[in-house]
Ligand binder design. Structure first.
Ligand code: TOD
Ligand code: ZN
Ligand code: ZN
Length: 382
């Protein structure tokens, strides 16, 4: 029995329920225990007489979003392909009444998405550009775009991941899109008022074949800027360049992108804290508030303008990789080139927090579902 004098609000009881449910999460889809029926069925709170009629519905809806994100990240790359990601997104749309638009390679070509398609062409699997829209009933007071990096596998391309770079882990390189799709599921169920929310994922693989992009190639993104690809393993920002341009063209009030973008942020902040950057103090403060409520830890990093020097190219408008020093910051500065300046923006690098080898009550697969709870809380706080 818990000392109930510690629990003095419906919020804390819901937080307790959420922790219990997410700690009991199991994912045995890919092993012989797949038919095991030992799953948590019910949590009963006793002697809560002073708290009558508490609803756990919203907590359950948020947990479903986190659990979906975990399943997406944990799924092997031969299972969660761009095609499968688009099918999962369409299912969310169907279940919760969201609009769904899946752009094929040709549609992306017509939009001039030369950066995204340069990454995608190294794979024999078709890319799928996913756009879900949740529109509340009644007057819309704010339009938001949530963008997730959706590399279902990142080999590094011709700048192949070798040595200790954990290529075998790179099924997780769509953790940002898992957070966005998990949030789409949760918010599709919660149905917040007065908001139009766009969920955008430029999904593809980063692979090597006869058509794969060469280190040194110059490509043009859909906002007309040219990029010299001096490192094919910095592919996430190339896909995000076109995804952010697409989001910007929707003229949202705010854009948040989430990506497993750089190892540099893992070196800087580790596996318990994600780094974020923003061009707007109000948005930054709102994100910090949502993070302290969700329990998902964020730390604000600088948009150090002097580091833009490192992205200068002799041949194109910019290059996609700067010096190793400050690598997570130059990645954020690169992204800032791909949306209209007056749009409030935040970038969250979850390369460290999207996966854990510490079995902190999280299912043995290690996928955390990081980002869903903070995105949902940020929206709920509006
Ligand atoms: C980088 C710009 C992107 C790449 C990232 C990725 C690194 C890896 C682990 C620290 C490196 O030095 O190889 C770094 C630093 C720990 N690599 C990265 O950060 C090429 O992992 O592939 N993004 O798509
Ligand atoms: Zn990469
Ligand atoms: Zn990547």
């Amino acid at each position: 029995m818990l000392p109930w004098e510690l629990i003095n609000s419906k919020l804390e009881i819901n937080q307790l329920a959420e922790s219990a449910r997410l700690s009991a999460f199991k994912d045995n889809r890919f092993n012989k225990k797949r038919d095991e029926k030992k799953v948590l069925k019910e949590i009963e709170f006793l002697n809560l007489k002073e708290f009558e009629n508490i609803s756990f519905e919203e907590t359950a809806q948020i947990c479903e979003g986190v659990e979906l994100a975990r399943r997406l990240v944990a799924a092997p790359p031969n299972s969660l392909t761009p095609q499968e990601m688009s099918i999962q997104a369409s299912q969310i749309a169907k279940d919760h009444g969201l609009e769904v638009k899946i752009l094929e390679a040709k549609d992306c070509e017509d939009l001039g998405m030369g950066a995204y398609l340069a990454v995608a062409k190294g794979s024999d699997l078709d890319p799928k550009f996913i756009h879900l829209t949740l529109k509340s009933e009644g007057p819309i007071k704010e339009k938001i775009a949530l963008v997730g990096k959706g590399l279902t596998f990142d080999s590094g391309g011709y700048n192949l991941k070798v040595g200790a770079s954990q290529i075998e882990m790179m099924k997780y390189d769509m953790g940002g899109s898992a957070a966005v799709l998990g949030a789409a599921k949760a918010l599709g169920a919660i149905k917040p008022k007065g908001l139009e929310i766009h969920f955008i994922v430029a999904s593809c693989e980063n692979m090597i074949n006869g058509s794969a992009v060469h280190p040194g190639d110059v490509v043009k993104a859909s906002n007309g800027k040219t990029i010299e690809i001096n490192n094919t393993d910095a592919e996430g920002r190339l896909t995000l360049a076109d995804a952010l341009t697409y989001a910007s063209n929707l003229k949202p009030d705010a854009i948040i992108d989430l990506a497993t973008l750089t190892g540099a942020i893992v070196v800087a902040l580790g596996n318990d804290v994600a780094g974020f950057w923003s061009n707007n103090d109000n948005l930054a403060n709102d994100l910090k508030a949502a993070s302290s409520q969700s329990g998902e830890e964020l730390w604000q990093m600088p948009l150090q303008k002097s580091y833009k020097e490192g992205l200068k190219s002799h041949i194109a408008d910019m290059k996609n990789t700067g010096p190793r020093a400050g690598g997570s910051i130059t990645a954020a500065l690169f992204l800032e080139e791909f949306f209209d300046k007056e749009i409030k923006w935040a970038h969250i690098d979850i390369a460290g927090t999207c996966w854990t080898d510490k079995n902190k009550g999280i299912n043995p697969s290690g996928a955390t579902g990081f980002g869903v709870k903070t995105l949902v809380q940020w929206i709920k706080n509006k």
